[in-house]
Design a protein around this ligand. Sequence first.
Ligand SMILES: O=C(O)C(=O)Cc1ccccc1
Length: 374
Amino acid sequence: MAINPIKTKVAYLGPPSSYTHQVVYTLRASGLLNSPYNVSCTYRQQAALGTFDSNDTILEPQNSIHDIFSAVQSSSVTYGVVPFENSTNGSVVYTLDLLIDLEHQSTSIKVCGEAYMDVHHCLLGHIGRTHHIHGDPTSSSDGSRTPTIDVPHPNPARAQPLKDLRHIKRIYSHPQAFGQCEAFLSTYLKGIERQEVSSTSKAAEVVAADQSRSTAAISSKLAAEIHGLSLLAEGIEDSEDNTTRFLILCNPDERVHSSSTDYSFNRQLSSPMSYKSLVAFKVNHQSSGALAKALAVFGDHGVNLTSINSRPSREHPWHYVFLIEFEGKREADGSGKVNAALEALIGPTQGQWKFLGSWVDKMSKASKASTTPS
Ligand SMILES: O=C(O)C(=O)Cc1ccccc1
C-alpha cells in the first residue's frame, strides 16, 4: 500500500523547550501522535517497528493555552496538548476555565488522551559579574527556611544554588512553576520580584534577551541549552516526584472513522483497559442539595469519581461550574452504567452539563503494563 499520509499537526505551549513541547516530542518519538484518520496499515507496522517518521508530524508552538484551544477548535491542528494538573501545585486553572466554557456550547473540543511527565525545574540566568564565590555559593542562607505562624515547620529547599545569586533582581516563569518551587525561592531568593509569563520557555527567552543580566528564569535544562543560559541551580522543585499531567485535545468533528478512544496514544496491547471521562455541570444554587444530588448519580450507578474541581461560573458571583472526572467511558460502555449516570445527571443539573471526553487512563496498572504502541 502506498504511503501518502496527511501530516498530523499538534499545537503546544511555545516557544520550543516548554514542558508541553517536551511531552509532545516524547509522544511523537514514540509514534503515538498518528492522526486518527490517516493511519494506514503500513504506517502502523512502521510505528511498531520503531521506524515512525517524525517528519510526518508538525509541531506548532502557540502563545497561550487559549490559542491551543482555538487551534483545535478551528481544526487548524489535529491535536492540542495542554497542562492540566500538577502533583505539587494542583490544577492549571486556565485549562479548566477553557474546558468548562459552557456558554459556547458549539465548542466541539474533547479530551482524547493524557500524558504524564516528571518535571524538574532549573534556575537559569547569567553568571553575576561582580561577586566572587568564597566557599558556599548560596548567598547568606544555609538552606533552612524561617518558620512563620502559617508555616511553622517549613520544608527545607531540596537544592542549593550552583552559582552566586546576589545579582538576581527579577525572576520570570509560568505561574505553575513558581508554585512548584516555593521552598527554593523563599530560601535563596526571598523578596525578589516575580514576573509571570505564558510558559517556562518564554521565561528563558526573555532572560536570554535581557541586557542587564540581572534576571533569572525557572525553566528546564533543555531551555538552558537552547537559549545559551547558565544553570544557576538545578532540581529546585519542592517535591522530588513533581509530576504534571497533560491532556490531549481534539476536535471530534474531524474524525473520519473509529471510536473517539481509538487514538494512537490510547492504543494498548492488553485488556481490560481502564478509561477515564470528564464532565462539566452547573446546578441550581437555589435548590437545596442540588450538588449532592448531582454527585450521587455517579455512586448510584456504580461509577467511581476520581477528581472534582470547581470554577467560578462567570455568570453570577459565587456560582460555580463543577468538573467531575470518573472511571469508565461513554462509547462502547459495556455495562451501560456511564451512560445511565449521565442520563440521570439531567435532573439535578437541569440539563446544564457537557460531556468533555473519554480516554485511556495512563495511571492505571493495566495501562502502565501495556504502553507499547501497536
Ligand atoms: O511553561 C511550560 O513549560 C509548560 O509547559 C507549562 C508548565 C509549567 C510548569 C510545569 C509544567 C507545565
